[in-house]
Design a protein around this ligand. Structure first.
Ligand code: FMN
Ligand code: SF4
Length: 429
């Protein structure tokens, strides 16, 4: 088992891993000192590219490749996505709260590599403690000369500030986040143009997840190829997974990808509560189609998840045991998406509400057999073909995400959906 990269300091120092004293004692900011003294921005960008690190915010886009798209025009910005509102996801919270200097060191290294002098950390509004910790860490970093003008006399300057979200899930989508940061309504923008060309204040902008950037100090210290050598080739590195639901040991775990789902659920998370049988699990946040026990021996990689018609998404694994009412579980997720739809696109605004209403009718015992086809028809209008990754009729993937639980219950638990439909409503009776 590879040593942890992201959680090493917080595992060793359970009470004060967030302080600058502890960070400095454990080698913190040494990478930055060395990099500013002896590496060019291009060399850092090359290491990140060589690491094959795929973004941890959900889409899994290679970080180094994304950095290469940043338009060469000043001013440009780096924005850290700490919105973390995907149900079941709580990994960034731990990184923000318990090792904020690791993130800040990553931000300075990334900004130096990208030629950025202004960075923003957008933190979910419901995370007051992580936000306080990050702000304190920023203040400490300014005091010690790791942020501000002429950092460590390198000639490189960087200002960093924290922005708190207002409680909307959609503001985690990178372009809605940029609108929110600009003080506008948090609505996704049509792409292209992509943020790397026209982002914050219409300037070139890189948006990266908290976990993605927290990896940068290790990558620069140890070299991109060392990172790429950890785990499977196209799912390199360690990754934080948030395990929740009916497992014995819920929590965040930093693991090397490539292990099986069985290893993750039964070894890492201690198996199913009260020795019950596993029924299903959500492999990558509420937006991901579910998996079932026949998939337990599949390897946990980004590409294997795609082959199974789902995704690792935000790394949130929600485990459900045999006692779970999957129709109620699906309804709860669909209701979330209907509530969080920003309303710009008709298929999402209307369709998610339709899905919610139909599921509620079924749960009330007033469903009709044709409601199952109706659920799929409405889903098909939001995401034509019902494939995964989804085709989209919408500006952003939130609408298609609402179809994931519908696909899951109709694919794997059709009998349970039908069991809610009164016999008198079943065709031919
Ligand atoms: C509805 C929606 C919500 C999202 N929420 C988050 C989030 O909370 N945190 C995050 O990092 N990315 C989130 N994303 C993905 C971002 O749009 C973006 O891909 C990511 O921040 C890029 O960072 P990465 O390349 O480091 O993964 C969300 C996407 C969508 C469509
Ligand atoms: S898909 Fe939904 S959340 Fe996304 S832009 Fe359209 S209406 Fe808004």
């Amino acid at each position: 088992m590879t040593d942890p990269i992201l959680t090493a300091r917080m595992e060793a120092n359970r009470t004060d891993s967030n302080t600058i004293d502890r960070y400095l004692e454990t080698g913190g900011y040494e990478v930055l000192k060395n990099a500013l003294a002896s590496m060019t921005p291009e060399q850092i960008a090359e290491e990140v590219k060589a690491s094959n690190m795929r973004g941890r915010g959900g889409a899994g886009f290679p970080m180094g490749v994304k950095w290469g798209f940043l338009a060469d025009s000043d001013p440009k910005y780096l924005v850290i996505n700490g919105d973390e509102s995907e149900p079941g996801t709580f990994k960034d919270r731990q990184l923000l709260e318990r090792d904020p200097h690791q993130l800040i060191e990553g931000i300075v290294l990334a900004s130096y590599a990208l030629g950025v002098n202004r960075a923003f950390i957008y933190i979910r509004g419901e995370y007051p403690k992580p936000a306080r910790r990050v702000q304190r860490a920023i203040d400490e970093a300014y005091e010690k000369g790791f942020l501000g003008d002429d950092i460590l006399r390198s000639g490189f300057s960087l200002e960093v500030s924290v922005h708190l979200g207002g409680g909307a899930y959609i503001c985690g989508e990178e372009t809605a986040l940029l609108n929110s940061l600009e003080g506008r309504r948090g609505e996704p923008r049509l792409k292209p143009p992509f943020p790397a060309v026209e982002g914050l204040y219409a300037r070139p902008t890189i948006v990266n997840n908290v976990e993605s950037i927290s990896n940068v100090p290790w990558i620069v210290a140890n070299g991109g190829t060392s990172y790429a050598a950890i785990g499977p080739e196209r799912s390199a590195g360690t990754r934080m997974f948030s395990l929740s639901g009916h497992v014995n040991k819920p929590g965040n775990y930093e693991i090397v990808m490539g292990m099986t789902w069985r290893d993750l659920i039964y070894d890492v998370a201690g198996g199913i509560r009260d020795d019950r049988a596993l029924k299903t699990w959500i492999p990558g946040g509420a937006s991901a189609p579910w998996l079932v026990p026949e998939h337990l021996d599949a390897p946990l990689t980004i590409d294997d998840a795609t082959t199974l018609g789902t995704m690792l998404g935000s790394g949130a694994v929600v485990v459900m045991d045999e006692t779970t009412d999957v129709v109620k579980a699906a309804h709860s997720i669909v209701r979330f998406f209907a509530h969080e739809s920003c309303g710009q696109c008709t298929p999402c605004r209307e369709g998610t509400k339709w899905l919610q209403d139909i599921l509620e009718r079924i749960l009330r015992g007033e469903g009709r057999e044709k409601d199952i086809d109706l659920l799929l028809d409405v889903s098909d209008n939001i995401s034509p073909g019902l494939t995964w990754p989804p085709a989209m009729t919408t500006i952003c993937p939130l609408g298609p995400s609402a179809t994931a639980p519908i696909l899951s219950i109709t694919r794997y638990f059709l009998d349970e959906v039908k069991a809610y439909i009164p016999v008198s409503e079943v065709a031919g009776v």
